[in-house]
Design a protein around this ligand. Structure first.
Ligand code: HCA
Ligand code: CU
Length: 372
């Protein structure tokens, strides 16, 4: 069991807004911040102010909200970016800098020594101006381990408050996460953060592993939004922490579905129907045996009760349905028939496999036909 207090950083407004096709209005951002705060995340990454005037302005507005979560602004390892964060009177800045060979030599065209100097100077500048600093080694997962340790030590000695390991291209898997995170937890005194991209569908598993290996905070976004295939999902990570790892926290889980649906609606990025927990089918049952069992006791085919996140069971009528399911659906329509008619209705349903979800209207007219 995990005893220490686990923190969640939501970066829907920063990483999530980098999802192709997504741009939040300021009022949508304010709404999202209020929801995340009511849910109980610890940090909200509000954006990178140097990117655009609207992002700068949105951060200004967010800072007026009376919230409990700490807000953090993203910025490059550049004085001019840090200055904008200072102008915004932020308490926390998230400074990122790529540390892998390809970032140093192909992107920045500098050597390792220069990289370490820049990290030291940048962090010191932010600290001397009163900011709390999370330093992220971008592309940490492809950075030579020994050099990454140098980076982390330089960051810590320069005064960084947190060190974040970013799996920028999503290539880690739980066993590797365990090795990297435990290595840095052992070698540093400051808390470790981790940020996982989902290019291989492992972002949520990796976040859980990071926490099990001693990380203090993991980054998530609503519906897993982010560059390419996104990052670890707020809903998946917090529900798994709560249900599977029994982490004690004061999250208001009942709000998760509403947050997920709100962000789906304003981004137009659809939720996969079979997405865990907030996807359309997460609490829908189809097979006759499944429906009969769930009606008797939902836990037979559900890992969590849908009420936990303010959802309900639903049942589908199609060729897989049995008597119990059909009777239940008819009862909800206020209809009751003897077993003989129910059998005939089922026979009709089973002989129409092309209808994969009988609507109330279709069912009512079928029953009317059989009953006349
Ligand atoms: C980016 C890259 C980043 C940074 C993460 C961080 C990554 O979009 O700037 O600063 O914590 O995945 O490395 O999201
Ligand atoms: Cu990222």
């Amino acid at each position: 069991m995990i005893k220490k207090n686990i923190q969640i950083l939501d970066t829907t407004l920063r990483e999530g807004e980098q999802t192709p096709g997504v741009s939040f209005t300021i009022s949508q951002k304010l709404e999202i911040v209020k929801m995340l705060d009511a849910f109980g995340v610890d940090f909200i990454e509000v954006g990178h102010p140097a990117v655009s005037a609207d992002i700068y302005k949105s951060i200004k507005e967010i800072n007026k909200l009376p919230i409990n979560a700490k807000t953090i602004a993203h910025c490059r390892l550049k004085k001019e970016d840090i200055e904008q964060v200072l102008d915004l009177k932020m308490s926390w800045v998230g400074i990122f800098f790529g540390t892998s060979q390809s970032f140093l030599f192909d992107k920045y065209k500098i050597d390792e020594k220069k990289c370490l100097e820049m990290i030291k100077d940048g962090i010191k500048y932010a600290k001397n101006n009163g900011l709390k600093v999370r330093f992220t080694a971008e592309d940490a997962s492809r950075t030579d381990r020994e050099f990454l340790l140098n980076v982390a030590r330089v960051a810590e000695n320069a005064g960084a408050d947190r060190f974040s390991i970013a799996d920028t291209v999503g290539i880690l898997y739980p066993k590797k996460v365990s090795q990297i995170v435990s290595f840095f937890v052992k070698n540093l005194n400051i808390p470790i953060h981790a940020h996982f991209h989902n290019d291989f569908g492992l972002a949520t598993s990796n976040a859980l592993q990071a926490i099990q290996s001693g990380a203090t905070c993991v980054d998530v976004s609503v519906n897993g939004l982010g560059e390419r295939c996104g990052i670890s999902s707020l809903v998946e990570v917090t529900m798994s922490l709560n249900e599977l790892l029994k982490v004690k926290n004061e999250w208001n889980l009942k709000l998760l579905n509403e947050i997920s649906q709100y962000v789906k609606n304003v981004t137009n990025v659809s939720l996969n129907d079979i997405m865990p927990i907030t996807g359309k089918n997460a609490f829908t049952h189809n097979g006759g045996l499944h429906v009969a069992s769930v009606l008797n006791n939902p836990s037979t085919y559900e890992p969590i009760h849908p009420n936990k996140i303010n959802r309900e069971n639903t049942f589908v009528i199609d060729k897989f349905s049995g008597k119990t399911a059909l009777k239940h659906c008819l009862k909800k329509l206020g209809l009751k028939f003897n077993d003989q008619i129910i059998e005939r209705a089922l026979a009709e349903i089973k002989s129409n496999p092309q209808i994969t979800n009988w609507t109330d209207k279709q069912l009512s007219s079928l029953m009317e036909k059989l009953n006349s």
